[in-house]
Design a protein around this ligand. Sequence first.
Ligand code: ZN
Length: 482
Amino acid sequence: MNKPNLKPDYFSFSLSKIKFNQPKKEYFTIHSFFTNDKKVPQAVFSESAGDLSLAIDAQILYCHLGTQKKYEITTLQSVFATLVTRPNVNFNINLDQFISKKLTLLIVIEQFLICFFRYRHTPLNYKQKPDLSKFFHICIQAKINEKTFKELLTSVSQKIAAVNLASDWQDSAPNKLTSESFAKEIEARWSKNSKIKFKILDRAQIEKEKMNLLLAVNAGSQFEPRLVIGEYLPKSKQPVDLVLIGKGIMFDTGGYSLKPSSYQLNMKFDMSGAASVLAAFEAIVRAEIMINVVVLTPLTDNLIGTKATLVESVIVAKDGQSVEITNTDAEGRLVLADTIVYAREHYKPREIIELSTLTGSISVSLGRETSGAFSNKPQHFAKFVKVAEKSLEPIWFLPVNAANFSRMTDSRVADLLNASASYQASSSNAAAFLFSFAKNTPFLHIDIGGTAHTKNARGQGILIQTIFNYSQQLPISKNQKN
Ligand SMILES: [Zn+2]
């Protein structure tokens, strides 16, 4: 088997490589300017934000920010993405020049570091001759004390290491990364980390747990299902603050409700929820954030074959509810339902946040920019929404009402059905199905069907930054402290 090229040791980037407030004379200097800046030589003018113009004799790299009126955080993102990848010369960059009324120095520094770690990462590929981007050195200058800078540097590097890790998992070919090999990789990573306690359930153990919905989805596969469970409980004998669950369908053909060929493209990304929560969990552990957190990911693919589950089968879920399978392509909610029940029974968490590429229709509603959120207790997650917005990974609440529940219980032979015959509100119907298993536990389901990967088929490790930032803000009440 070809090993993927350029799979780095994500979390081990040497931070000493980034120089702070030690500009070098021989390096280029970045000079940013707005449209119509009279002081900028005519020759270096360029049309759009993010364009670099090189004025060689003065060793200055001019960087166009567009018009002052339209200058905002997204401008910074595109400008910095260009700056950390394109120049191919060493340069000093004074970040004070990028601040504005809205963009404080801390925001500017954080954005620069996010871009630095994200875009200097070469995405996974299996090419014989991978394209290597040249490494050039950067000296950062800013009017901020070194301690604050170093803290920001450490936390951003951990966060973005997780994003890079997750996106490489997402980009992995489905014949290279299977439920079994993915679980093995997690085992290899986590067994080196004494702070993580983990279990990986195989088929026999999943049978013992009566997770029949997960088994039903796996029935047509040559690979066994796995349930990956990681625990990080730094506040001993305290309740679990947060359970993270991610959908891990390694490849989704649709099963007997087979997807047409063109819809099979990008189905390797159906494990994106799992990739994001596993990586986010690892970042939380490495940053030693003081919360009790557990991550759970059911892993399997969804295939056809003589043993694959038939439409109209009735399966009894882990909690005893019977489910009529009306569409084998609505498999994500099945593996998640049993996992949610497992989480509730084993951990009694304060809240569950679950990420899944659950429905295609979510991208019709919200596009590629916004993930869809659904909760049985939306107020409980108000803070999460704010953090997501600040982290530039917006989520938007959609309703789940009685009509959605009645569609999902409209089966003659079982308590629930897994897919409504009606295509109306299918993202909300799917959420209603999950709510039936979450019961009263505060539960946030985020449908990342539109946001998990980019238009040009690259994983984005979506919502990892949000989960990381949110976990830093979870309140630690007095009686919770060690
Ligand atoms: Zn499916």
